[in-house]
Ligand binder design. Structure first.
Ligand code: GUN
Length: 280
């Protein structure tokens, strides 16, 4: 079987081009505040990519690089100030935060209408209820990648490996809302390989290099690899054995160039939505 490579970079670039056109047509400034606490190397890269995408689209982003030693109260005060700033339409606090800061409390402090990550419990609740909201960027991007393959999700068996607040849980809800039969697994699931082999759509979001091996993939399945793992030689790889999946999967996202660019495109999309610029 020929395995199609899902070109996330190209799809994301199309979304960014549309976003730039809509921004220009709206003719008003849009501001995004990006808050990063500490020196986490991966976070630095993600934030740089997000800020660059905003610049290409015409969104003015402001980076707040705050020290690792920042107290929770100081971070909350910064967020309150951004909530009150009318030039800021979107606020993003890059995760993970240092351990002494309660991430849930921080995310709940972001004004709901400015929470372009869609992590606030109001957005999560509205997602569960299938009501309009700002959707978490990575799973929303994965849904667009699935759509690009033409797969009919109604009645499809979808397996999500990973149950994080950022990806696994909202991904599962989006698939449920699309009519799929959804199983949510984690690294301790019994006979994970057998569960995965039942998947018409397999989403891997565990954060472990090559965790999904070829024996776990149903012939013809669509595989979405959310993992971004840095190997010792400095290269980046996903959660799926990409080479092993060739000839088995019907379609697969590469890493890099699959889900990653879509997360950024969806952030731009959400920021424009937060500024009342409608993209679709
Ligand atoms: N850390 C890893 N992914 C994300 C994301 O999508 N948003 C934020 N804020 N932090 C992250």
């Amino acid at each position: 079987m020929q395995t199609n490579i899902i070109n996330g970079k190209e799809i994301a670039n199309q979304l960014l081009t549309t976003a730039a056109e809509k921004m220009a047509a709206a003719g008003k400034p849009v501001g995004l505040a990006v808050v990063i606490v500490g020196e986490n190397a991966a976070s630095q890269v993600y934030v740089r990519n997000k800020v660059n995408a905003c610049a290409k689209t015409g969104i003015s982003s402001t980076r707040y690089d705050l020290p690792e030693t920042l107290s929770e109260a100081e971070l909350l005060a910064q967020i309150h100030a951004l909530n009150a700033d009318d030039s800021v339409h979107g606020i993003l606090v890059q995760l993970p935060l240092p351990k002494h800061i309660d991430a849930e409390k921080v995310l709940e402090t972001i004004a709901v209408e400015k929470d372009v990550d869609g992590f606030h419990t109001t957005h999560m609740g509205r997602l569960v209820a299938d009501l309009p909201s700002l959707r978490p960027c990575t799973p929303a991007g994965c849904m667009l990648l699935l759509q690009s393959t033409g797969v009919n999700l109604a009645g499809a068996n979808a397996v999500v490996v990973g149950r994080s607040h950022i990806v696994g849980k909202p991904m599962a809800i989006m698939l449920i809302n699309a009519g799929a039969t959804v199983t949510v697994c984690n690294s301790k699931t019994k006979d994970l390989a057998a569960v995965c082999r039942n998947a018409d759509v397999l989403v891997a979001a565990v954060g472990r290099a090559n965790f999904i091996t070829k024996d776990m993939i149903k012939p013809g399945a669509i595989v979405i690899d959310v993992g971004i793992n840095r190997l010792e030689d400095g290269s980046i790889t996903g959660d799926v054995d990409f080479a092993g999946a060739q000839g088995i999967a019907g379609a697969i996202t590469p890493v890099p160039g699959g889900v990653g660019p879509m997360t950024i495109a969806m952030l731009v999309h959400n920021t424009l939505s937060a500024a009342d610029i409608v993209l679709t």
